[in-house]
Design a protein around this ligand. Structure first.
Ligand code: SAM
Ligand code: CA
Length: 247
């Protein structure tokens, strides 16, 4: 039988694993949040998509259920109507957003991979929110460049969720700051990057964590210095930094 000490150690070990969906200090506390507040209120369609995604080999990429609940609430709180998502995968955060938007709300959703989106699409359709989604397959940056060319897109987005290639976040920011309206919100996801932002230089990090870490560190510094936004970094999921455009 495991002793209390053993149990604590294995919990600590698990917390160092890449892909753990919470940065909280105890797995039990995280489970408590999921079981008391998230799962009982999770819409059936989101549950179905979460379970489908759990069987996919790249499931480590999905937004966690607690973060999905947070995004859904956030979109409602700010009365968002015109939104954008960069990095869709099977669509869990997309569905969380789509369910929160009014009937005439819109999401421009971009991903280089359509196949994974197609896995989730039947569930999104069944949930009755597919009409809000305009999915574009391909890299997001050229789409943003196109959007920026037309003045009428400037300041036209209420909410933008960025959850794709971390080495491009600053390139996205340069463009998104013109597309988001003053008072609107950009959410940059994974800004605590598996906790690696505070890992010592010799920490044994996985290759991809190591590769993207410097980009995340650079982004975090740049956002903190950017006078055009107010920011708030939350330890939800793998860390999300909310940026509210103020000028
Ligand atoms: N938000 C998703 C969810 O809730 O499941 C998770 C997104 S996953 C972490 C990152 C996604 O970004 C992948 O599906 C990947 O194909 C996509 N991606 C990577 N580079 C991209 C790029 N340059 N433009 C658009 N999407 C990209
Ligand atoms: Ca993410």
């Amino acid at each position: 039988m495991a002793t209390n000490g053993d149990q604590k150690q294995s919990e600590a070990g698990r917390h160092q694993e890449v892909g753990h969906k919470s940065l909280l200090q105890s797995d039990a506390l995280y489970q408590y949040i999921l079981e008391t507040s998230v799962y009982p209120r999770e819409p059936e369609s989101m549950k179905e998509l979460r379970e489908l995604t759990a069987k996919h080999p790249w499931n480590i990429m999905t937004t966690s259920a607690d973060e999905g609940q947070f995004l859904n609430m956030l979109v409602k709180l700010i009365n968002a109507k015109n939104t954008m998502e960069i990095g869709v995968y099977t669509g869990y955060s997309l569905l969380a957003t789509a369910l929160a938007l009014p009937q005439d709300g819109k999401i421009l959703a971009m991903d280089i991979n359509r196949e994974n989106y197609e896995l989730g699409r039947p569930i999104i359709e069944k949930a009755g929110v597919a009409h809000k989604i305009d999915f574009k397959e391909g890299p997001a940056l050229p789409v943003l460049d196109e959007l920026i060319k037309d003045e009428k897109n400037h300041g036209s987005y209420d909410f933008i969720f960025v959850d794709a290639d971390k080495d491009n976040y600053l390139n996205y920011h340069k463009r998104l700051i013109d597309l988001i309206k003053v008072g609107g919100l950009i959410g940059y996801d994974n800004t605590l990057w598996n906790g690696s932002v505070v890992a010592p230089p010799d920490a044994p990090l996985r290759k991809y964590v190591m590769y993207y870490r410097d980009f995340v560190l650079e982004l975090n510094k740049a956002l903190a210095l950017d006078p055009r936004i107010e920011i708030c970094m939350l330890p939800v999921g793998d860390g999300i930094t909310l940026c509210r455009r103020i000028k």
